[in-house]
Design a protein around this ligand. Structure first.
Ligand code: PLP
Length: 378
């Protein structure tokens, strides 16, 4: 936005001049319940007057409640709290190495796992590494959806394979079901762990509590962050019971991780998002929105493919999307890129069909103008 944002209400952002925008970025898949969701505001406000911080030297009731919600809605058994996605992935890498006694990690090209040295080393994109010197050793990157490359890269020395089931920053690229099956069997064969990074896809974004469910996976470790606090910074690692021994007090920790304020936000978020009706509505609205987009923009020559799951949607284009994003902004719609040629659309999960329809109309307008300009240029 050209001007400071002053206020956010549900799917809308309002700048200092009073101009309204339809926010289909959601703070990059963070404000899944929309801006200033009343239940989250209330929970944090109440906690703010009671207790902010005691450190993890003490038991924190909120942590137990949030962990229970996460465990009840996943195949995982225990939870470690931290403050961001990168930290959750850092913890995942450490846990995988310590619990297996092995060091080799396989991850995917075009992946994004964060900006700390560990999570950056797992990130399979040169442009993210540029200028930061030697990365951690024993990381191998392979192309997603190529089972043969997987077969070749993974050995008995591999501690873990780390993946996103839908690559977010990397261009809303979906894992194939065949590849998900190959992941399961190769992990079994070589006794290595499967880490699914759900920092962007988790917390209802794709129409299920976690996206791995839709790929028939049973990960050993899942990481979450973005949507967990609806804007309050918080991250978490979810692990299988068998890994618990490797992370004891003293082996890994965080001063702020899981503090009472963050837990108040997360508990309110999960109580809302994990409701069956809400998750179903995300799936349903997502499918409907993709159909709408097919009709409204699918026919333009610059549009290559519309893809995604739930309310994590990409429009892959044949040209750079920066001008599309700028034109949308001018018309009051906020969307973001995922790589140079993919438009990424992440509406809040509480978005209405009217708002989805309006966004589709704005995109149709913008693509029509761009197509016209292109034909004039030719
Ligand atoms: C955003 C993101 C991260 C990094 O999270 P931060 O909170 O920015 O550290 C890691 N993995 C994925 C898939 C992400 O989308």
């Amino acid at each position: 936005m050209g001007h400071y944002t002053e206020k956010g209400v549900g799917s809308k952002l309002i700048d200092v001049n009073g101009k309204e925008y339809l926010d289909f970025i959601s703070g990059i898949a963070v404000c899944n319940l929309g801006h200033c969701h009343p239940k989250v505001v209330e929970a944090v406000e109440e906690q703010m007057k009671k207790l902010w911080h005691v450190s993890n030297l003490f038991q924190i009731e909120g942590q137990e409640q949030v962990a229970q919600l996460l465990v009840d809605h996943s195949v995982l058994d225990y939870v470690f709290f931290c403050n961001s996605g990168a930290e959750a992935n850092e913890a995942a890498i450490k846990l995988a190495r310590k619990s297996t006694g092995k060091h080799h990690i396989v991850s995917l090209t075009n992946s994004f796992h964060g900006r700390t040295l560990g999570s950056m080393s797992a990130t399979g994109q040169d442009k993210i590494h540029q200028g930061f010197g030697p990365l951690l050793t024993e990381f191998t990157y392979i192309e997603m959806n190529d089972p043969k490359a997987l077969e070749e890269a993974v050995t008995e020395k591999t501690a873990a394979i780390m993946v996103e089931v839908i690559q977010g920053e990397g261009g809303i690229r979906l894992m194939s079901n065949e590849y998900a099956e190959a992941l399961t069997s190769i992990c079994e064969k070589h006794n290595c762990l499967l880490i699914v990074d759900e920092v962007q896809t988790g917390i209802g974004r794709t129409g299920t509590a976690f996206a791995y469910e839709q790929f028939n996976l049973s990960p050993d470790i899942v990481t979450v962050a973005k949507g967990l606090g609806n804007g309050f910074p918080v991250g978490a690692l979810l692990g299988k019971a068998s890994l618990k021994e490797a992370f004891q007090p003293g082996s890994h920790g965080s001063t702020f991780g899981g503090n009472p304020l963050a837990m108040a936000a997360a508990k309110a978020v999960l109580t809302e998002v994990f409701q069956k009706d809400l998750l179903q509505s995300v799936e349903e609205k997502g499918n409907w929105f993709q159909q709408q987009l097919q009709q409204k923009v699918g026919h333009f020559q610059v549009v290559d493919e519309i893809r995604g799951k739930g309310l994590m949607v990409g429009i892959a284009c044949h040209t750079e999307v920066a001008p599309v994003i700028k034109a949308c902004l001018e018309k009051g719609l906020l969307v973001l890129p995922a790589g140079p040629k993919v438009l990424r659309i992440l509406p809040p999960l509480v978005v209405t069909k009217d708002e989805l329809e309006l966004a589709g109309d704005i995109l149709a307008d913008v693509f029509a103008t761009i197509e016209q300009q292109n034909s004039v240029n030719i």
